[in-house]
Design a protein around this ligand. Structure first.
Ligand code: F6R
Length: 355
């Protein structure tokens, strides 16, 4: 059943090239979808994104995408908090992300939104799930059943749906987004390259496994991936980890930096690059071990970091997807090094059906 892998999680990480392909093939990227009144509604009132846990991190990535490429304001809430807000936001279009489609906080939020006359699009992995039935429109991620408690392939599939949807909508105004959509078809190959040679990630994981606490940092669209990397590490290795917007580290957490506290930094050569490098120098001064996940061909990183993990050359718009795969492997091998129960970590359930 584990297809020759030691753990379901490892098998599911390795299934991701296929999952990306399946998800792209099955996306409803027809003109009638992205030129539909749905998008018009979003433009008028903004879009509300709701999710929990890893799905929240996917939703946060979606927010960066929609705001930057569609110029539509997005309001994003954790569903459990949303349910206690007195006043509903003005958005008349909500996008809920739930891999299982059964998360109690999400279902409660959906019922509340429906009552208020809000249109709901659900992005879920489970056909016939309660979220799929409650929604006005459903987009399925094609990850297949995920057995490992930690979300891996379902998270990547959520990212793929968000990118493809956003770029399909943006292509109505600018043809370059059609090119980006074509580029997405090459993503499975790039992910396969990471999966095919990851000794460096394993070595980094063994170092991280010695720590009691670690920080994950990123800027811009890599910030949600830093949050996800930290969540993955803590849930399966039980090492305390915090994800931070890189610029926030100096507003308090610097006090915790020491040679015992590794910092894992996601570095893209985009508009955030120079600020990232400045932040990394400040971290080095505080003698924290610095593991940088960056782009192939970026030679500056070696001078700054104790270890550099390079992702294969690819259009950097999609680096969140490639960084996510690196951080999944890193969490897996750190947990493996510590002999943790990786597929069924303590105190956790695959879907959280109580509020
Ligand atoms: C972490 C993880 C959880 C879920 C969260 C929401 O690896 O899997 O954080 O993402 O419980 O679950 P869904 O997406 O099913 O609503």
């Amino acid at each position: 059943q584990k297809g020759g892998y030691s753990h379901y999680m490892l098998k599911e990480i390795h299934e991701q090239p296929q999952v990306i392909q399946n998800t792209l093939i099955n996306m409803p990227l027809t003109e009638s979808f992205y030129k539909s009144p749905l998008l018009e509604q979003g433009r008028k009132t903004g879009i509300l994104f709701l999710a929990c846990g890893s799905s929240y991190h996917a939703a946060l990535t979606g927010r960066y995408l929609v705001e930057e490429h569609l110029n539509i304001p997005v309001r994003l809430e954790v569903a459990s908090e949303f349910n206690y807000m007195q006043h509903l936001p003005p958005c008349k279009l909500a996008v809920v992300l739930s891999q299982s489609g059964e998360t109690a906080d999400i279902l409660r939020a959906m019922r509340r939104l429906k009552q208020a006359g809000c249109m709901i699009v659900a992005i879920t992995n489970v056909a016939g799930s309660t979220a799929a039935r409650l929604a006005d429109h459903v987009i399925y991620t094609q990850a297949g059943p995920e057995i490992g408690v930690a979300a891996t392939k379902s998270f990547i599939a959520q990212l793929v749906v968000l990118y493809a949807l956003c770029f399909a909508c943006a292509s109505a105004a600018s043809p370059r987004y059609q090119d980006y959509l074509s580029t997405m078809r090459l993503l499975p190959g790039a992910v396969q390259k990471i999966l095919g040679s990851h000794q460096n990630i394993k070595d980094a994981a063994i170092e991280v496994a010695k720590a009691k606490s670690a920080f994950f940092i990123g800027r811009g669209i890599n910030y949600p991936i830093a949050l996800e990397g930290a969540l993955k590490l803590k849930e399966i290795s039980y090492i305390h980890a915090e994800g931070y917007a890189a610029g926030e580290l100096k507003h308090g957490p610097f006090a915790l930096l020491s040679p015992e506290t590794p910092v894992l930094a996601l570095v893209s050569r985009d508009q955030t690059y120079e600020a990232m490098l400045t932040g990394l120098r400040e971290i080095k001064v505080r003698r924290a071990p610095l593991i940088v996940i960056g782009e192939d061909g970026d030679d500056q990183l070696e001078q700054l970091a104790d270890r550099v993990i390079k992702i294969p050359p690819f259009n950097r718009l999609f680096s969140p997807i490639l960084f996510s795969v690196v951080l999944q492997l890193l969490a897996f091998y750190a947990a493996y090094e510590l002999g943790r129960d990786i597929d069924t970590p303590r105190n956790l359930a695959k879907s959280v059906t109580v509020e």
